[in-house]
Design a protein around this ligand. Structure first.
Ligand code: MRU
Length: 381
């Protein structure tokens, strides 16, 4: 991997260990999530090339965090004093757009990255139309990327609030709920607070969370390394389970709700999320457990009519053959072939609701989601 500068070792500050993205104008540092939970090390990301590699290698992961880190890396690159650019405003826009296209190629499944790139592309094209020099276009880009960072935390908190009250309304029969979640959708996967884990945080803050269960999330262990770390940090009562224990846990009646995040939600509600989500949804349906997706509107891709069209990233065999997501020692038999999709698609019929920052999308007449109608309505408000 590109020689990334390590800026801090063994960081001890309480709060900052849950901050995956540290940004101030001209400087971006990403928490190396491959080293968690044992080491807190931030890497210096001076440009788009370093961000591309950091995203591909899972230094930063989680759909919203990937999008924001990519956008900010380019903001840092063009705000450096040594970034000499002598072209016209239109050439500045073309430069930014080509870097955005390149960043989008780092990981294919999460739509947040391409959604951010499309929005930023529109902004730089509009800016180039009126700018008198390239600097103004770069400035417009930097400001827009910084707004994305600010908006993500606010949107996650709204997801938490909507999710908590909606779920409580649906399970008025019990005083305290136990929730199962998968992968990591918390502060580390976003600019802060989290989506599915944000709903768990909100339920806990509302005093109605009995216990959070988190899966290990093999093979990269985002659950045992990252979600468990966040839950322990926040002192939320929590239990780690093997992925294969989820059905037994539901059968034992110990889970009332499953809440997961999303990497891409198609127009019909089919949802791509971390591999294993589909099994959880099947199991939840079988056991009569509610199943919710929590995701910002930036995770919705109305251009895809169904989940069939979602491109699923396949990752290196080493993640299964070796420990520590491929970085550690070999544990599988040499010569075995491997299939390692990073995500799967849960069909909409297994999903009870999609919790967004604008409210919860439910099924019309309990049959299908009208996601397009919901999005249009929120935009006209
Ligand atoms: O491969 P990862 O760790 O990037 O996968 C992350 C997930 O699948 C998350 O559930 C999803 O991105 C939502 S994060 C708020």
């Amino acid at each position: 991997m590109r020689n990334m500068k390590m800026v801090e070792k063994e960081e001890e500050e309480e709060e900052s260990c849950l901050q995956s993205i540290r940004y101030q104008r001209g400087s971006l540092h990403l928490l190396d999530q491959r080293k968690l939970p044992l080491n807190t090390i931030y890497l210096d990301i001076p440009d788009a090339a370093h961000a591309w590699e950091a995203i591909r290698e899972m230094v930063v992961r989680g759909a919203p965090a990937i999008a924001i880190a990519a956008a900010l890396s380019l903001a840092v690159q063009v705000s450096k004093p040594d970034h000499q650019f002598t072209g016209t405003p239109h050439e500045a826009a073309s430069f930014l757009i080509s870097k955005l296209d390149y960043l989008v190629s780092s990981r294919p499944t999460a739509v947040n990255l391409s959604d951010a790139a499309t929005k930023l592309t529109d902004i730089v094209i509009n800016s180039a139309a009126t700018a008198t020099d390239a600097h103004q276009v770069f400035q417009a880009y930097i400001e827009a990327a910084e707004i994305m960072l600010e908006e993500d935390v606010a949107s996650n908190k709204a997801i938490g609030t909507y999710g908590s009250s909606f779920i409580l309304n649906h399970r008025k029969d019990i005083n305290k709920l136990s929730v199962l979640t998968h992968c990591n959708t918390g502060s580390l996967a976003t600019a802060g607070y989290g989506t599915a884990l944000g709903v768990i945080r909100a339920l806990y803050a509302d005093g109605v969370l009995e216990r959070a269960y988190c899966t290990e999330t093999r093979p990269f262990n985002q659950g045992s390394r990252l979600t468990a770390f966040e839950l322990v940090h926040d002192k939320i009562p929590a239990t780690l389970i093997a992925d294969s224990a989820a059905a037994a846990l539901m059968k034992a009646g110990r889970v009332h709700v499953v809440i997961v995040g999303a990497d891409r939600v198609a127009a019909n509600g089919d949802t791509a999320n971390k591999i294993g989500t589909y099994s959880l949804a099947l199991s939840a349906k079988h056991h009569g457990v509610l199943f919710f997706v929590a995701a910002p509107l930036t995770s919705i891709d109305l251009s895809l009519s169904s989940g069939e069209e979602i491109v699923i990233e396949e990752r290196s065999a080493k993640e299964l053959l070796n420990t520590r997501g491929g970085l550690g020692e070999q544990v599988a038999a040499s010569g075995i072939s491997v299939w390692n999709p990073a995500f799967d698609v849960t069909p909409a019929n297994l999903i009870d609701g999609i919790i967004t920052e604008k409210g919860v999308i439910t099924k019309v007449g309990n049959e299908v989601f009208d996601i397009k109608g919901f999005v249009q309505k929120t935009m006209s408000n």
